[in-house]
Write a protein that binds this ligand. Structure first.
Ligand code: PRX
Length: 633
């Protein structure tokens, strides 16, 4: 599946465009199927309907676990580094992981789970999270993992939207010196969620929890029951290639997060292929992705991609700056990590601690580096290259999205010549195109446009859960016959792609997608707030920060207190990741006569660039702009 030279890459890309079905059929041949497909691809972006490997039968866990057992059962599948470096780490070989997944799959079955059920997972970064995910996939249940930093309200919204019947969680999780009471957050969420019949609780932090009779059970007790049943093997559920594998919620430009749906066959092929190819993974290498499994990066490139390729994947429970900012480098040294895949925010943050925290750390095991989630600035790219890679490690700057399932535009390590700040070229199988506002293709090089994809790839989303029309509207209706990414992009003189950022009302804060409308809805829930407008502004570490303009005539007394209250409200409603960095109280928002907020103006003010605010003649009350400008933070 790996191309070994730039010439081979170009040849593979050409073939993937000229004969896509043959191209993907060959790649799919590297996986284990219970029944082969009747047809490689059927598609129509109008509906949209995309079906890959139609008629094929498989189970992704057979590919991630069972097929490695005979030859590689003793190879480490997961290495786990705990939050506290003085606690013992854990290693699970492929055989051990297989056995634990079977065991927990039987726990799920004993608790009434069956194919097609939706199961919400809200857990710390411990091996049991990967086990829970794989156990769902083994029995054909659809997992919906919710990142451990989301609030009770966000969890409830997601559980209700997917009509989940089971939650898997833990008593609490550790993040640096903090303890997050996961079970208690779940309890708050479940007040609104009558569909949940069972909560399975892992012991992790020993935080006191309340267990509700008839609803809540302990993970460990349930596992014991399976052990007394003699630990039977759990045969895989035979899944159709187009059966749902999971739902993962992501923010868009409207207030409500959408449940992106991925299916079994195409997603497996796409994540396995892109992992193997872009990282040029070689057996025996230790691969460390610093993301959380609560995001797509963790789904595709901690769990499914690496495991389907028999790789050793390292999971880290903690945060990069605790006990000190040298933690990543300690981990690299301790496990002789070969491939490190992280985010520009982490790089910029660690950079800011200076070189002392790297001094004396043996990083010589590293051979390849990766970056994901947001545009990487040149300074961070060079620091990563020089200080971490010592100039010897290719950096793969992977551009992709929750919706794409896997890497789309990315260098292939050691094969594609890289350029700082550039995701470089499309991977084989990916056909990007740039269009103008009207959907007209912008041809040639040295051009900017909106990034679209004109042909399906196996890892793409199939729908948004429970609302196919929303999927059509969001991704396939802006430009006819194209998948619209929501990103702006430059194609330079060499035909290299550089992602310039979102062109819709979505922020990218520390590599996490946050919809401005979602944050506004949360702010507006505060009792003194009449309305608000949220925009992004450049932030040295986070990439983008959250800037909120708030109309709050009722705020009494201390502005500082109201500010704190609003921040608390956003934390409660969405989660701490969406907290505004800046809140400016204003008497009104710049609106057109038809009542539309002119965000362009607010963005400029937030960016500190007020020299030219563009045309303000359509404003209902131009004076409001002067007031906002004068009070800018
Ligand atoms: O704007 C792009 C940015 O992150 C968005 C996707 O966010 P999410 O679905 O949360 O997935 C993040 C992990 C894949 C994209 O629309 N983005 C992602 N990777 C890059 C990027 N921007 C620039 N360069 C990247 N390598």
């Amino acid at each position: 599946m790996q191309v070994k030279s730039f010439e081979e890459y170009k040849e593979a890309w050409r073939k993937s465009v000229e004969q896509p079905e043959q191209f993907w059929e060959e790649i799919a041949g590297n996986f284990q199927w219970r029944k082969k497909w009747d047809k490689v691809l059927e598609w129509n972006f109008k509906e949209p309907r995309v079906e890959w490997f139609k008629g094929a039968k498989l189970n992704i866990t057979e590919n991630c676990l069972d097929r490695h057992l005979e030859k590689n059962g003793d190879v480490p599948a997961i290495i786990w580094e705990p939050n506290d470096p003085t606690e013992d780490h854990r290693v699970l070989t492929y055989r051990q992981l297989h056995d634990k997944v079977c065991q927990f799959a039987n726990v799920l079955k004993n608790n009434g789970a069956k194919k097609g059920d939706r199961i919400c997972i809200y857990m710390p970064m411990v091996p049991e999270l990967a086990i829970a995910v794989l156990a769902c996939a083994r029995i054909g249940a659809i997992h919906s993992v919710v990142f451990g930093g989301f609030s009770a309200q966000s969890i409830a919204d997601r559980i209700k939207d997917a009509e989940c019947n089971i939650v898997i969680t833990a008593d609490g999780s550790f993040r640096g010196t903090k303890e997050v009471p996961l079970k208690s957050v779940i309890d708050d969420a479940l007040v609104q969620c009558p569909s949940i019949k069972r909560v399975i609780v892992l012991t992790r932090s020993h935080t006191p929890v309340s267990m509700i009779k008839g609803r809540d059970v302990w993970w460990e007790d349930e596992v014991k029951k399976v052990e007394t049943q003699g630990n039977p093997e759990c045969p895989v559920e035979e899944m159709d290639a187009e059966d749902m594998l999971f739902i993962l919620y992501t923010s868009g430009s409207t207030g409500k997060p959408k449940g992106v749906v991925h299916t079994c066959g195409g997603y497996m092929v796409y994540t396995g292929y892109t992992f193997s190819n872009a990282f040029q993974y070689k057996p025996g290498e230790v691969y460390f992705c610093t993301a959380d499994i609560g995001w797509i990066t963790g789904h595709s490139y901690i769990v499914y991609g690496p495991l389907s390729q028999g790789a050793t994947t390292l999971m880290f429970e903690g945060i990069p700056t605790w006990p000190n900012a040298g933690r990543f480098w300690d981990i690299v040294e301790k496990y002789k990590v070969n491939i490190l895949y992280t985010a520009p925010t982490a790089i910029r943050s660690l950079m800011s601690f200076g070189d002392d925290v790297i001094a004396g750390k043996d990083l010589s095991s590293l051979t390849k580096l990766g970056s994901v989630g947001e545009p990487i600035n040149e300074e961070a790219w060079h620091w990563f290259d020089e200080k971490i890679g010592h100039g010897n490690c290719p950096i793969v700057d992977t551009w992709w999205q929750t919706e794409t399932g896997g890497f789309m535009i990315s260098p292939i390590a050691g094969v594609t010549p890289t350029k700082p700040g550039y995701a470089t070229l499309p991977l084989p199988g990916v056909q990007p195109i740039l269009v103008d506002e009207n959907g007209k293709e912008i041809e040639g090089n040295g051009v900017n446009g909106n990034l679209c994809i004109k042909f399906p790839w196996p890892g793409m989303l199939r729908t948004t859960y429970g609302d196919h029309e929303r999927c059509r509207q969001t991704y396939f209706a802006t430009y006819e016959n194209l998948y619209f990414t929501g990103d702006g992009c430059l194609r330079d003189e060499d035909g290299y792609y550089r992602i310039t950022g979102r062109v819709d009302d979505v922020l990218n804060v520390s590599g996490h997608r946050i919809g401005t409308a979602e944050v506004e809805n949360a702010i507006n829930m505060h009792s003194t707030v009449v309305e608000s407008a949220v925009v992004g502004y450049p932030h040295d570490i986070k990439g983008q920060g959250v800037y909120a303009f708030v109309v709050s005539p009722g705020k009494h007394g201390d502005e500082e207190i109201t500010r704190k209250d609003i921040i608390m409200t956003v934390s409660r409603i969405i989660g701490p990741i969406a907290k505004p960095d800046k809140i400016q109280f204003v008497s009104g928002l710049p609106k057109t006569r038809s009542g539309k907020i002119m965000r362009r103006i607010l963005r400029k003010i937030a960016e500190g660039d007020t020299s030219n605010l563009g045309d303000t003649s359509t404003l209902l009350d131009p004076a409001v702009v002067d007031e906002i400008k004068a009070g800018a933070l």
